[in-house]
Design a protein. Structure first.
Lengths: 109, 152
């Protein structure tokens, strides 16, 4: 699970220039909070995605700092003003520094 | 009319059991307090927050504290001059007060974010928005949690 967060990114099917669109993202991650004990009572160390970013054609447009209070398989949705076609580049950063990347094409017009 | 009575009793029992188990799972010392949440907010934002402009949308009763859908919207034209620069959400009932922070700008077009969060117990959520002009806006919302979302 730690190695593959299977990012799923959803944009509206048709986007016109100037539209303000909702970008919905979902990744697979257990977001171990550091509070949970396993069946034998051993406290599970914290291991979460603590940061998420999005850049639109190389320009940073969104950044989220996530705490253990974000649910497992974090769903994060935000808005974006669509100006041009290109790509959305996402990153999710693990507590150990591993960075997961995903690229989503965006077609405007 | 005996059936509704039985049902409500059972519901009360379930709620009671959930509350008890949530208490049992959370050692008091490891828990954030509303004071801790307020302190964190003071660290995150400068300036005195004003009530308004921020809206928190969530169910009043969250049956499963493990994944509570939450949407925070801030009234703002999101122009170069007048936009939201950050939204922070904190909770007073979780083991740690922080929930999430996002950085926004005019490229977002609309100051709204949605996430699914964990809530350990019924609690007041606080959302704070920072604006480009330096003003700070705040809103809070009580959410009742049936089954807490941080034990196991």
């Amino acid at each position: 699970m730690a190695n593959d967060i299977k990012p799923r990114i959803r944009l509206p099917s048709q986007i016109k220039p100037g539209d303000v669109i909702e970008v919905k993202t979902l990744v697979t991650h257990d977001m171990e909070s550091g509070q949970r004990r396993d069946a034998s009572g051993v406290l599970q160390p914290r291991r979460i995605l603590n940061k998420m970013t999005c850049a639109y054609n190389g320009r940073p447009v969104f950044e989220a700092t996530l705490e253990p209070a974000v649910a497992a398989n974090p769903y994060v949705a935000f808005f974006l003003k669509a100006t041009e076609s290109g790509s959305l580049d996402f990153t999710w950063t693990e507590d150990d520094g591993t960075v997961h990347r995903a690229r989503q094409a965006i077609k405007v017009g | 009319m005996a059936v509704p009575v039985v049902r409500s009793d059972r519901r009360r029992l379930v709620l009671g059991a959930a509350a008890l188990s949530a208490l049992a799972l959370l050692p008091k010392a490891a828990q954030a307090t509303p004071q801790a949440a307020a302190e964190l907010l003071r660290k995150l934002v400068k300036g005195a927050p004003q009530q308004g402009r921020v809206a928190i949308r969530a169910a009043e009763i969250a049956e499963n504290g493990n994944a509570v859908p939450l949407t925070v919207t801030v009234e703002s034209p999101m122009t170069e001059k007048d936009h939201v620069t950050a939204i922070h959400v904190v909770s007073g009932g979780n083991p740690n007060p922080g929930v999430f922070s996002v950085r926004l700008g005019p490229a977002n077009g609309k100051a709204e974010v949605s996430l699914r969060i964990r809530l350990a117990e019924s609690d007041k959520l606080i959302a704070v928005a920072e604006m480009a002009d330096g003003s700070v806006w705040i809103a809070s919302r009580e959410i009742a949690v049936t089954v807490g979302g941080c034990g196991g």
